[in-house]
Every structure is written in structure tokens, then in C-alpha cells.
Write a new protein. Sequence first.
Length: 344
Amino acid sequence: MKRKELFNQSSEEGFYEARIFTGCPTGVNNFNQTNHKWAATIYKNMRKRVWFPAQVDISKDKVNYSKLDDAERRGYDLALAQLIPNDSIQANQLVDNINPFITSPMVNCAVICQSLEEVVHSESYSIMAEDICNDTDRIYNMHKHDEELRRKNEAVKNMYTSIYDGDAPTLEDLFMIAVANQILEELVFPGGFVLFYTLEKTMTGTAEMISEINKDESLSHVPLFMNIFRTGIIEEYNGIVPDSIIKKAHSLIIKLTDAEKRWTKYMTKNIMGFSDTIINTFIEGQANSVCKNLGIPLLYKKQDNNPLYDVMSKHISGGEHKKRGGFFERNVAEYSKGSLVIDF
């Protein structure tokens, strides 16, 4: 597959003929004409829910940070040190590795908007590291000294770089990049989120900041790449996910599930509410959610209840950012995991 042309005046492709990966677009964005209406919906919803990290009051967290016990403070620092590089990786790879090969103009707009939101998330973590933690430089350089954090970051980096190297991915590679995005959003981030949520009574500003980030990912980023994958499968494979893609997807999900279990147990060591059983069940449930959203067989035994999932879902159940209008309050049901397939 070649990168799409920046501007192709010789293209005869109409806006209603756009394809996710194998189209021939002019390079012109048209918000009124598209056969990928779900992408327009997601884009518009992201723009409606714009928020700024400076709006979140974390002033009390600086004082309360010193009130955390040693295990909680260690976990807080580790979670922050993990999320900072992961969101940085995501912001860059969306623009550098994915968008150049997506040939639907409306989907391009949504992916670019997601990349901007990932930058906002990075800004949020920077504010937290600077205004709350005792040693900002230590947070940013922890990956150089903590072997488990280094392993976790390598697992995320390798998830992307192992799919293809260079500027000539295959069509199957592009579907696997979509799989990797689902894994990052639904499987890699949540462990750090729930750690922050469990400290909510002490670190109220932090929990609110993470909740804003979590809503972006659960309500926009997960549906976006779910629809990219599912629509691409319809366009290229008549709606049937090839066995080769299922096999590769399952392999990647298992690798990151194992890495996330190891990391989350390390990060939450000696923090009340985190047992190996609870962590395993939570991470496996998130892995199953990735499979469900991609429309491929589940990998792990279904579990009805998990306290960590309950903690996380409470923070996104309202759907809307704080002090924002009511669009998602009216439509949040459409955004439950595995349910958002709009106007194929």
C-alpha cells in the first residue's frame, strides 16, 4: 500500500465512493458528502466535547499527595510515568503511521482530531507531574531506571513496530494497526486509570482529570477505530474477518494482556483493592472488549462482575465532560462498548 497523495486533482472518486484503505481521494475534505457518516458523527462529537486541562482544579492534590502512603505514592508516580510516553507514542503514530494510508477524507479528519486529543492528554499529564509530584524530572526519566516500566513501554512500542517497518504496509498490516489502536485504548490505558480512581478521595483533582481523558478514549477513540476496522472489513472482505487477521489479532491481544497484567500488578503492589485475581479478571475483561469491538471471537472466560471495571465505568457513565451540554447525556447508550456502528 502506498501513502495517499496530498492532493490528487486527477482523481475521479466521488465523496460517496470513499473507502477506508483502498480509495483514491482528491484530498479535499467535504463534511456534507460522505459515505462514512459515522466518522462525521464522531468528529463532531469530539469537537462538541472540547476541554482544557487548565479547567481542572488540581490545587489540593499537591498537598494531598504527601498524605498518600508509600505504596500509593509509588503507584501514582508509576502510573503517571507510564501514561506520559504511551500518549506521546499514540499522538505521533496516528499522524505518522496511520493517517497517511487512510483514504477516506472524513475518517482522516476524525483521526487528526483524535491525535490532537492525545496531545491534550499529554499536556494533562505534564501538568500533573509538574504541579503535584515532588520530582518532575524523576517522573519523566523513570523509564531509564525502572526495568518494569521499560518493559511495558517496549511492549507498546513493539506492538506497532512489529506490524510493519517502513512506508509500504500491506492491507492486512493496516487492519492490524487498527487492532493495535483498540488494544492501546481499551487494554493498555485502563490499568493506570483505575489506580488513579481508587485514590479519588484523596486526589480529587487527579481523578477528575483522568475522567476527562477516559471519556475521550471510551466515547470517541474506541468507537472510531472500531468503525474503521469494521467498515474496512465490509469494504475489503465482504464483512468477514479473514482467519489470518483473527490469528494475528489474537496473538497481539494476548501479548499485551500478559504485559498489562504484569505491569498492573507491579504498579499497584501493596495498594488496597488490587489483588492478582481482581487484576487478571479486569485485564482479561478489557481484552475481551477489544475482541468484541473488532467482531472477532473472545479470548477469555466471561466475568459478570469486577470491582475495577465498576470503578472505571462510574467515571464515564455520564458521557459528557463536566459543565458541558447534554448531547451525550441523551445519546450515551449508543456509545456503550461494542455498540457503536453508525450508518454503514
